[in-house]
Design a binder for this molecule. Sequence first.
Ligand code: ADP
Ligand code: MN
Length: 516
Amino acid sequence: MDSVGVAAAAPDAGPGPAWQSKCPWGAPSTTSISCSLADVMSEQLAKELQLEEENAAFPEVVAAAEGPFITGENIDTSSDLMLAQMLQMEFDREYDAQLRREEKKINGDSKVSISFENYRKVHPYDSDSSEDEVDWQDTRHDPYRADKPTTTPRRGFIGKGKDITTKHDEVVCGRKNTARMENFAPEFQVGDGIGMDLKLSNQVFNALKQHAYSEERRSARLHEKKEHSTAEKAVDPKTRLLLYKMVNSGMLETITGCISTGKESVVFHAYGGKSATEDKVIPPECAIKVFKTTLNEFKNRDKYIKDDYRFKDRFSKLNPRKIIRMWAEKEMHNLTRMQNAGIPCPQVVILKKHVLVMSFIGQDQVPAPKLKDVTLSNEDMKKAYYQVLNMMQQLYRECNLVHADLSEYNMLWHDGKVWLIDVSQSVEPTHPHGLEFLFRDCRNVSQFFQKGGVAEALNERELFNAVSGLNITADNEVDFQAEIEALEKMNEDHVQNHGKKLSTFSSDGDPPIYDE
Ligand code: ADP
Ligand code: MN
């Protein structure tokens, strides 16, 4: 430092610069804050800088320990949302702190360093604090910037005679510039420059600053993109926390992205991880169906669940959030029944609240096409038809279920066969509208395959009888539907009189099995 002439003008004791108040051997603090070129060059300041640099090395650790995220007394914990968000942030910060420690450990003092920036959860430019919304140059602590305008001598220089130093002094500016690099974002690799007596020219500093700044923006943009392209956007913080925990526990390897955004659910693709219990195997690829917790869309679906006697008693006692969970639960139960009957369908992995994880039908992140989107050969089309017919019969007889939303939209073509999905609304045939739902399913299936050129395809009424084993003889749709409703009413009356439903509708024996 002695090469600098101005160093001779060491700071006086007494009311002095701000740095003195923090300096362990400095004079007791005074309120006066000023900063002169002399201060800039002092040994103490250099030490203080060092200290600050060390402190700055783990800002997140401090934030995690002292931040308001769990320790604060006056947080509003009445809000579930808040709580979930706080937990999430706490998780993320802890994770990042650990990441920084590891980064530091690996890099040590090396001039060449690796950055874990991309793995960080809380992005440095994504902080909630308003600080980061303002240009970092203006807000971050700059030891060289006085809090009130410095009284730079009008004459533009200090010192006397041969010790005169102007504000343009190369060495002073160079050091100043070097120290200022500290203000760059923490990820901006500046090597050991800050710790050395390095004199950066204004030109180099400005170029670096420019680069750091554009990097910052680029990074922020990238992060934004990431945020809006994956799970993050489509789900609320509570759901995000659930998903996060699934990944964190290792059950899921990664959640890669969204496959479908419907009115009632959002479906994501994920790579399976490892199960905590040995007996359970997580499929290599999973589909995560998140039932939307915005309630409006579910209102018109009440009829599927409140009259399903399996759920009826519980339904009336539940709040809307719990009802959404019942949809997920219902889908799980129905899938399990289908799985047991050997019907090709997703296999349930786990149910957590309104989030259902199942095996993925498809490969390498590409979901199997819906029947409506795939062009099948005549032969495959015919094969698909008979398979669907059989599945409908199995569903009805072995699973005691009616799909209730069966169409080419909820059938996937994979591995040369049809897979049934989307069974959250499926009901038992004795549901007050169960047979109507079945008839609608039959109409969709019949029309699809007839239009698809399958000459053998039964019409909707024949299909209905074939599936249900009932023998409704009406030869037109109106009468047919009237008979269906009459049957449903009979069942309801039976409930009124006997307090329980018929286990099945009376039929003329088992439904005939149609096969190729
Ligand atoms: P929605 O009620 O929104 O129709 P679905 O269960 O039908 O919900 O899922 C929506 C879409 O997500 C499906 O059409 C299908 O493309 C995809 N999907 C759902 N489950 C799976 C799965 N297990 N494997 C592959 N794709 C799936
Ligand atoms: Mn669907």
